[in-house]
Design a protein around this ligand. Structure first.
Ligand SMILES: Cc1cc2nc3c(=O)[nH]c(=O)nc-3n(C[C@H](O)[C@H](O)[C@H](O)COP(=O)(O)OP(=O)(O)OC[C@H]3O[C@@H](n4cnc5c(N)ncnc54)[C@H](O)[C@@H]3O)c2cc1C
Length: 399
């Protein structure tokens, strides 16, 4: 019989982008006894939240997200004040490509009250001659788009939590979760941790944890990767001259960044149909994927290319409709779970705040109804995956 390793009011599972934020916001809301468990070292590089840059933007097709983006920017401002760390760099940003994919940004941005500019390909290339796009491509520009330094943000949340008395236990994988009427038990090799609530923020490792709870697992995991190129044209791609971008081709999305974090440009290709077994993953970078991104860059942004400086692979954890999951699991009042569907870094602090609300208050004032557990995409085994799971489908809210 494993021994009790510790008793806490609130346990957070995972110290990535969302878990580090959840533990901090629990402590900020006055929770006295908070434990954050992490399977690897704190600040490890094997999860989804450890790179210099993630896109942050208002530009989404859906009010599910435009209803939350301002709160997300505001929450990052608070964390910047409290840590003294610049975390969000506004560069402006464009969604470029096939009109059928770019046009739908206009109604969503209009409804949410965010300024934007639509332009044709000639205007795009006049303003940013770095682009070489198709004649009938169009673009939407939004000035608040930019870069979130997710790695710094996660470290910042850890530091703020530490200052508030959060206990972090790293190198301690959770192997099972059991809920009782009066508590949750979390099993590890170091013993059992007992909590009144559990916030599961386990990213692409979530399928194994859902199975350990005896729940059907709706979450799939895809292999993703990004590359940094040592362009010789650093100034052309400086963040004050060239912003973040997403290119929407017929059936593929590419995305990229100006020079940031390293003296290099960075881009990747959204691959949500490239599913892998989460229990037997590889962090090896795939050459065919890299080659496809480089072919795209050579065609559309040739001056951004240069020798490969650094590539890294990581995973998206995806729900079948590619919307977030932020809710208590299967009727539980003690265990809540988060799934970021491959685009949650920009919301990490806000989502941590919401997860803290769920643990402490059972609900939240933020509009998270679309991300409920009890929706067909999560609970219906016959739900046909939409948006981005099948090869060739579209990913309007990716990144
Ligand atoms: C290539 C790529 C590009 C992306 N681009 C963007 C973007 O531009 N904009 C954007 O908003 N989002 C983007 N995303 C998505 C975003 O990065 C993720 O949604 C977000 O970082 C997920 O954070 P997380 O905390 O859920 O997961 P993670 O950061 O992976 O954290 C999960 C943590 O849980 C721990 N854990 C898991 N299981 C256990 C266990 N059993 N016991 C103990 N600990 C455990 C893990 O070790 C890990 O530390 C991108 C993702 C990828 C992979």
């Amino acid at each position: 019989m494993p021994e009790i390793a510790g008793r806490f009011r609130h346990i957070v599972l995972g110290a990535g982008g969302i878990g580090s934020a959840t533990a901090y916001w629990l402590s900020d809301k006055g929770a006295q006894s908070v434990l954050c468990l992490e399977q690897y070292d704190l600040g490890h590089e094997l999860g989804a939240s450890m790179d210099f840059s993630r896109i942050i933007r208002h530009a989404y097709h859906s009010s599910f997200y435009t209803n939350l983006t301002q709160a997300s920017y505001d929450t990052w401002s608070l964390i910047e004040e409290r840590t003294g760390l610049p975390l969000v760099t506004k560069t402006g940003g464009v969604d470029v490509g096939r009109p059928k994919h770019v046009e739908p940004y206009a109604p969503a941005l209009t409804e949410a009250g965010h300024e934007f500019e639509m332009m044709d390909s000639a205007e795009l290339m006049r303003r940013w001659p770095q682009w070489h796009v198709k004649d009938d491509d169009i673009a939407v520009y939004q000035k608040d788009s930019g870069i979130l330094d997710i790695r710094k943000a996660s470290y910042g949340h850890l530091a703020l939590g530490r200052a508030n008395g959060v206990t972090y236990v790293d190198r301690t994988p959770v192997t099972a979760i059991t809920e009782y009427p009066d508590r949750v038990e979390v099993t590890t090799d170091a013993g059992i941790f007992v909590g009144e609530t559990l916030s599961v923020c386990s990213g692409s490792w979530s399928p194994m944890l859902l199975e350990s709870m005896g729940l059907r697992n709706p979450i799939v995991v895809s292999h993703e990767q990004v590359c940094y190129w040592a362009t010789q044209n650093l100034l052309e791609f400086a963040p004050d001259r060239f912003g973040i971008w997403i290119y929407h081709d017929e059936v593929e999305n590419y995305y990229g960044f100006p020079v940031f974090g390293l003296p290099a440009t960075k881009a990747g290709r959204d691959r949500p149909h490239d599913l892998i077994d989460p229990a037997n993953r590889s962090w090896d970078v795939r050459e065919d994927n890299l080659k496809q991104v480089e072919d795209f860059m050579a065609l559309r942004l040739p001056d951004a290319l240069g020798p490969r400086m650094f590539s890294r692979a990581c995973c998206y954890d995806l729900t079948p409709d590619r919307h977030f999951l932020v809710d208590h699991v299967a009727g539980s009042s003690r265990i809540a779970m988060f799934c970021g569907a491959g685009h949650a870094a920009k919301f990490a602090s806000l989502m941590g705040r919401i997860m803290a609300d769920l643990a402490l208050d059972g609900g939240t004032e933020y509009p998270i109804e679309p991300f409920a557990w009890n929706r067909p995409a999560i609970v219906d085994p016959d739900f046909v995956p939409t948006l981005a799971i099948a090869e060739g489908s579209l990913t309007p809210h990716g990144m």
